[in-house]
Design a protein around this ligand. Structure first.
Ligand SMILES: [Zn+2]
Length: 372
């Protein structure tokens, strides 16, 4: 068997990523504690931290008392202000743009509405102009890149939106177009995967290894975190809960197949049963057996997915889950099929106040951690 080891550059990058991930998880921490947690030698931690401080990615935060003795430990933390970015979240119902640091503290935000008459290139040009207006008000900030999260299938390596259901029907070179608009590096990720990375870096995922994230609104999106890594499968379509086939010869789905769950429980599908505004779903649900049946179908698909992948936690996000009564109904429906899928196992995202833009911020921080 041919041995294929990592070269020195890969080892260095892996060690840097391990240190940055640990600091991001714990907050301010001493070099000694980093060495204990990561298994790296104290000398290696000191050397890597020195380089990260020269690059302004890490900062020292004074000293904390050590246990038992009078000496104090110097703590280091990620300098989340060392780079700001334009975070662009593109979904069929509009585009949210934020200028944010690496922690998701946005200093400015704006919205952009799609115009069906505009080509993808024109649309991206307009989005870039709106974003740059935000930057013009904050010229003192070190803006280092652009991060796009978009519905549908994405080719991260090539910087493509392969098929953004409900936004455009063609392959679009999003990164190439936006790099020419901004003159900054641009990265792209699927919007639901981006939210899962956000949970990993800022939310429940800091303490939990295996997560099934479900986003419910105009469509039904889902992503898996397995052993603290985004699991995309061989075709980047893993864990697509919304595209379970639930009906023979059912309605055509945005993915091209027929009878997917999404054709039964997406917001437009539910509105065909009974029209309601997002924030009135709880009321509509209480008054409609047909809507309850749709929720029950959704619950069965969640229970089946949990049966297969057994995540520690199911995290709910998206506009239709904002209602507490809707979440309670869904968890009750799940419990009917499997008592273990209860309030302990199913949580509402703790990032809901930043849901509009935290995904692309997270993928950018992830990029800094892995590739800086
Ligand atoms: Zn489908």
């Amino acid at each position: 068997m041919k041995y294929s080891g990592m070269n020195m550059e890969q080892v260095k990058r892996r060690n840097r990523a391990a240190i940055l991930n640990y600091i991001n998880e714990t907050g301010p921490v001493s070099r000694k504690d980093i060495a204990t947690a990561t298994g790296l030698t104290p000398a290696a931690v000191t050397q890597i931290c020195s380089v990260l401080m020269e690059e302004h990615i890490l900062e020292e935060l004074g000293r904390a008392h050590s246990e038992g003795v009078g000496r104090k430990k110097v703590l280091v933390n990620i300098n989340y202000d060392h780079t700001y970015l334009y975070a662009i979240n593109m979904e069929p119902d509009g585009v949210k743009i934020a200028l944010s640091n690496l922690k998701g503290d946005a200093v400015a935000k704006t919205l952009y509405s799609f115009d069906d008459q505009k080509s993808p290139r024109e649309t991206l040009g307009e989005i870039a102009r709106e974003a740059k207006k935000l930057g013009a008000g904050h010229r003192n900030l070190p803006i280092g890149g652009v991060s796009v999260a978009i519905s549908g299938i994405v080719d991260k390596k090539k910087g493509l939106s392969v098929h953004a259901y409900g936004i455009w029907d063609e392959q679009v070179k999003v990164c190439e177009i936006l790099e020419s608009e901004f003159d900054l590096p641009v990265i792209i990720e699927n919007n639901v995967n981006a939210l899962a990375v956000a949970e990993l870096l800022y939310g429940f995922g800091r303490q939990i290894d295996n997560i099934l994230l479900i986003k419910w609104g105009p469509g039904v999106g889902s992503s898996m975190i397995l052993k603290k890594e985004l699991y995309e499968g061989t075709d980047r379509k893993a864990a697509e809960l919304g595209h379970y086939i639930v009906e023979k010869d059912g309605a055509k789905c945005s993915c091209g197949r027929r009878g997917c769950l999404e054709t039964k429980v997406s917001y437009p599908a539910l509105c065909r049963i009974r029209p309601f505004a997002y924030d009135e779903f709880g009321v509509a649900l209480a008054e409609s057996e047909e809507l309850k049946d749709a929720l029950d179908l959704f619950a069965r698909c969640i229970v089946n997915t949990v049966t297969i992948v057994s995540p520690n936690r199911v995290i709910l996000c998206g506009s239709l889950f904002r209602s507490e009564s809707v979440r309670r109904e869904l968890i009750d429906a799940c419990k009917k099929y499997d008592a273990a899928i209860d309030e302990e196992r199913v949580s509402y995202t703790d990032l809901s106040d930043r849901e509009d833009y935290i995904g692309p911020v997270a993928t950018f921080l992830d990029h800094v951690i892995r590739f800086s």
